[in-house]
Design a protein around this ligand. Structure first.
Ligand code: FE2
Ligand code: FE2
Length: 408
């Protein structure tokens, strides 16, 4: 089934030494031996029997093609594939840690908020993040990818917090921030929604929440901050992440709703980055009942919320968004955030178009004039499309201009 030449050619990219395999490990790709025989289907746990079999047959390594699962032909300007930055095993360990941490804190809260979060909770999390950072360092070319499927609704906040934490630690590393700041981004990411432990699981898991319940949930940054405010063993940045991760540049965030000028001063850059991560994670890894967005669709919709010179309403600052996507190895529109009139673009349909008119509110959804069809033949009559109204199509690539352009 899998020993075609084609398979053999494409499996040389990522090598997994047999000695590093552990029972229970899973990969999001089909895994092959060096001859192209499929050894393991994607998402199937590795067994001890399989490891023994490989060792007794002197099979030193298995392989997978990192591009096979996620790379799409129509996204040529957007490449964010690669090997996962941490192993599925580590990811699951962090989820397990988060689960027991949150459950203990929830129980402690019934006794007294003052003792809800102990020194041990913080220290054990910090050492976990430090070993995670070690793994990230070893695997610096990797890209974080969705590795855990939600099994139960109860797992949602644990997996969500884990993902925010891993991406926070990763971004801190990629941006070469100081060691204590990287760790604080990881720890702060894990604790950022800790205030949710004061909300009953019944409310958290309800699909249709009343306004009163939403208001209660929206108190979580403040409630969480109160739990850690006096704890000297927590880094100041960790506390700020808990308190300020829902503040937004447009003043519509909470708990304070800082307007633009104050937003810049009052919300540290690292917290603003964590807020971008929190938003991204919420779009890409959703509740079991809602449909998750692909990474590229999520990044595009976030880019539409970034400040652009002609926009009045915006949620994130361009410099923060730039650091967020570059740090995490994402690319949107060939790294070109804002389009200009006259840009030549390729649509996801394969058609080539010229940007005619920019939308004031959605930088990535201009009106375009299609000049070539998907076979790249010139159209006899050009067709104008308003991409704000055409939900099915989006710009997948922006062609380089020959002369320097006036963008960004
Ligand atoms: Fe939150
Ligand atoms: Fe969150």
């Amino acid at each position: 089934m899998a020993d075609s030449n084609e398979t053999k050619k494409s499996i040389t990219q990522v090598r997994i030494p047999t000695r590093t395999l552990r029972p229970g490990n899973r990969y999001s790709h089909n895994v092959y031996d060096e001859y192209g025989n499929r050894i393991l289907d994607a998402h199937t746990p590795i067994t001890q029997t399989l490891i023994n079999h490989l060792l007794s047959n002197d099979i030193e390594a298995l392989y997978y093609d990192p591009a096979s699962a996620t790379r799409k032909k129509d996204n040529e300007g957007d490449v964010d594939t690669g090997k996962p930055v941490i192993s599925e095993n580590t990811h699951e360990e962090v989820v397990d840690h988060t689960r027991s941490l949150f459950d203990e804190i929830r129980t402690n809260l019934n006794i007294s908020p003052a003792i809800a979060i102990s020194k041990d909770h913080v220290y054990s999390t910090r050492s976990m993040i430090d070993s995670l950072l070690g793994e990230i360092d070893e695997n610096e070319d990797g890209v974080f990818s969705a590795m855990t499927k939600l099994k139960t609704l109860d797992d949602f906040y644990y997996v969500h917090s884990t993902n925010v934490s891993v991406l926070g630690a990763l971004l801190g590393t990629k941006l070469e921030l100081q060691q204590d700041v990287r760790t604080a981004m990881g720890v702060g990411g894990l604790f950022h929604d800790i205030g949710m432990t004061s909300v009953s699981k019944d409310i958290l898991h309800k699909l249709k929440k009343t306004q009163e319940e939403i208001n209660k949930i929206n108190l979580h940054p403040h409630v969480g901050y109160k739990l850690v405010e006096k704890h000297q063993y927590m880094h100041e940045l960790e506390k700020r992440i808990i308190l300020l991760h829902h503040e937004k540049a447009d003043g519509r965030g909470f708990p304070y709703g800082f307007e633009m000028d104050h937003y810049r001063d009052q919300v540290p850059k690292e917290v603003r980055l964590m807020s971008l991560i929190d938003t991204y994670v919420s779009l890409v890894f959703t509740m079991p009942d809602s449909k998750p967005m692909s990474s590229q669709v999520a990044l595009r919709s976030m880019l539409n919320l970034v400040y652009a010179p002609y926009k009045k309403v915006f949620r994130f600052l361009p410099e923060d968004f730039r650091d967020f996507i570059r740090g995490l190895g994402f690319t949107v529109n060939n790294g070109k955030f804002f389009l200009s009139r006259g840009d030549v673009v390729r649509l996801n349909t394969g058609e080539v178009a010229l940007v005619e008119e920019l939308s004031k509110l959605s930088p990535l959804n201009p009106r375009v004039r299609i000049v070539k069809n998907s076979q790249l033949q010139n159209l006899k009559r050009n067709i104008s499309v308003d991409m704000l109204k055409d939900y099915g199509s989006y710009i997948s690539n922006v062609f380089e201009r020959k002369k320097s352009s006036e963008t960004e």
